[in-house]
Design a protein around this ligand. Structure first.
Ligand code: G6P
Ligand code: ZN
Length: 544
């Protein structure tokens, strides 16, 4: 194999965020930008010579170009085998599964998740370790450090690989396997859920469904599993063709962006169940006829009913949620007497807990739920979990949710996002908040009394690593909370997220509109952080 060493100059902005390095495509197209980062990753890893690397992405613009470069850099750096999804495609959870199943050294997943794609939009790259999960911070810090001083990268001189031809080829001592991106994942799902029951429930018309793949990666997965294996009608999967620009949309499964699904689910002839997933297939949105299930509630409901699903029939070892996720799942854990962990935002923080067997299920308010079956959140899995639940319980989504609230109380929840805030103003807001923390406990605001106010810091119970400055938490004596955090995934300016949560045990008050029920907390949040005052904005850009 002929290997060239190319001199390069370093870039100073290659610090991976919540989930890998995400930038505009134009930034990735700068000379050596992608190559530097990939080489910085390989330089920071040890003992991978001759080992296997998994490679695939969500099919967005620049995916194929990036894959060809990475193949050559991986070859030059001594990997022995590359497993690549056909067409360069792999959903994030499918990549996680393949890393685990084939005992790979690690994997590179190319995606900017739910951000738009196209020549003027976003691209991303993240490294996953051998447990199939996103690289923990000690790795991402090392990647960044190395990227700042890198002055050359190694690349093999070779032809582009045909990404569309399934099969195994040998190239100068390296094996390249192009695999079907769906088969292993579909097999895994069949081992977790009751496919016979699902087939019956769908075949008999008891369950009707709609899955919005948002012109992103889950189209092929949903078609194979829901249509081919479970017998749903072909038009129950919409926007099923992965497109490089996601049809010009944000491939983000929420009521605003998955509007086709949202419209259908709130119409008179809505199907029993509706779900959507994001660009790379790890997020999910769950809906039923005339009802949207918040991700925090979805996690709690899954935890409360997990014993009804074959894979979790033995019960859960424990559960975890990210700090800003509502405390609904905590109530389930308390009732079932299982541990509940509060982690910083980012799926990577669940990895150690899952590996150590301390938790079985976990989730985040940012439309992510998952379990120990892989080390990523998993959109299609979440949809199948809910379908299996509906089939076993013989209840509608609305009935399942209302019954849950009756049993555990409702954590009325909403998130307000202020996007593209000037970085200096955002810093000022955080400093202003932190400055008030010592004097807040004990203060009264209407019916709310602050019980604690702190900056969240997390000590990983498995490896003892500490992650500080993970957001500001204001807790109230009645179980309500306000959380403030700067997003770690944005690509323009800073995004301030305000998470609002009010616990409502009174069943007669469960059907309130969230924004109305949270109005006092929304006012109080502004009093505390002054985002409107400091930015001149009158309302959040996004309310979920
Ligand atoms: C990605 C990560 C999640 C995280 C979410 C929100 O989807 O995989 O773990 O919760 O981003 O992150 P942000 O920092 O933008 O709030
Ligand atoms: Zn994603």
């Amino acid at each position: 194999m002929q290997i060239e060493t190319i001199n390069t100059h370093s870039y100073d902005d290659q610090n991976p965020g919540t989930s890998g390095l995400r930038k505009k495509v134009k930034i990735f197209q700068q000379p050596g930008y992608l190559e530097n980062f990939v080489q910085a990753i390989f330089d920071s890893l040890e003992d991978f010579s001759g080992k296997t690397l998994v490679l695939g992405g969500d099919g967005r613009y620049f995916n194929r170009t990036a894959i060809q470069s990475i193949i050559k850099i991986a070859a030059a750096n001594g990997f022995g085998e590359l497993i690549i999804g056909q067409g360069g495609l792999l959903s994030t959870p499918a990549a996680s599964n393949i890393i685990r199943k084939y005992k790979a050294f690690g994997g590179l997943v190319l995606s900017a998740s739910h951000n738009p794609g196209g020549p003027n939009e976003d691209f991303g790259i993240k490294y996953n370790v051998s447990n199939g999960g996103p690289a923990p911070e000690k790795y991402t810090h090392a990647f960044f450090k190395r990227s700042q001083v890198i002055d050359s990268y190694k690349i093999a001189v070779m032809e582009d690989v045909d990404l569309d031809q399934l099969g195994t080829q040998q190239l100068d001592g390296m094996t390249i396997k192009i695999i079907d991106p769906v088969s292993d994942y579909a097999e895994l799902m069949q081992s977790l859920f009751d496919f016979d029951l699902l087939k019956q429930s769908i075949g008999s018309g008891y369950i009707t469904l709609l899955f919005d793949a948002m012109s992103a990666i889950t189209g092929p997965y949903a078609k194979r599993i829901l249509v081919d294996l479970l017998g749903a009608s072909p038009n129950s999967v919409i926007n099923a063709e992965p497109l490089e620009d996601f049809g010009g949309h944000h491939p983000d499964p929420n009521l605003a962006h998955a509007h086709e699904l949202a419209e259908a689910m709130f119409s008179d002839d809505a199907p029993t169940f509706g779900a959507a997933s994001d660009g790379d297939g790890d997020r999910n949105m769950i809906t039923g006829k005339q009802i949207f299930v918040t991700p925090s509630d979805s996690l709690a409901i899954m935890a409360a009913n997990a014993h009804l699903i074959p894979a979790y029939a033995k019960g859960l070892a424990g559960v975890a949620r990210s700090m800003p996720t509502s405390q609904a799942v905590d109530r389930v854990a308390a009732k079932y007497n299982i541990p509940c962990f509060e982690t910083p935002t980012g799926w990577k923080f669940f990895g150690n807990l899952l590996d150590a067997g301390k938790i079985t299920l976990c989730g985040e308010e940012s439309f992510g739920t998952g379990s120990d079956h892989v080390r990523e959140k998993d959109g299609v899995w979440a949809a199948l979990f809910w379908l299996n639940l509906i089939a076993v319980k013989r209840q509608s989504v609305a009935e399942i949710v209302h019954e849950h609230w009756q049993t555990f109380g409702r954590d009325i929840y909403s998130r307000h996002d202020y996007e593209a805030v000037d970085a200096t103003i955002a810093k000022g807001i955080v400093e202003h908040l932190c400055g008030q923390l010592p004097i807040l406990p004990g203060q009264h605001f209407g019916e709310y009394e602050i019980s604690f106010a702190d900056e969240f810091s997390y000590t990983d119970p498995v490896d003892g690593s500490v992650s500080s400055n993970q957001g500001v938490r204001i807790g109230f004596t009645n179980g309500s909370r306000i959380v403030f955090r700067l997003s770690g995934t944005g690509t323009v300016g800073a995004t301030l997220r305000i998470y609002l949560e009010r616990f409502e045990p009174d069943t007669t008050k469960h059907n309130q509109d969230a924004q109305t029920a949270l109005a006092d907390l929304i006012d109080l949040a502004e009093q505390l952080c002054e985002v409107k005052k400091r930015t001149g904005r009158t309302e959040p850009d996004v309310v979920t």
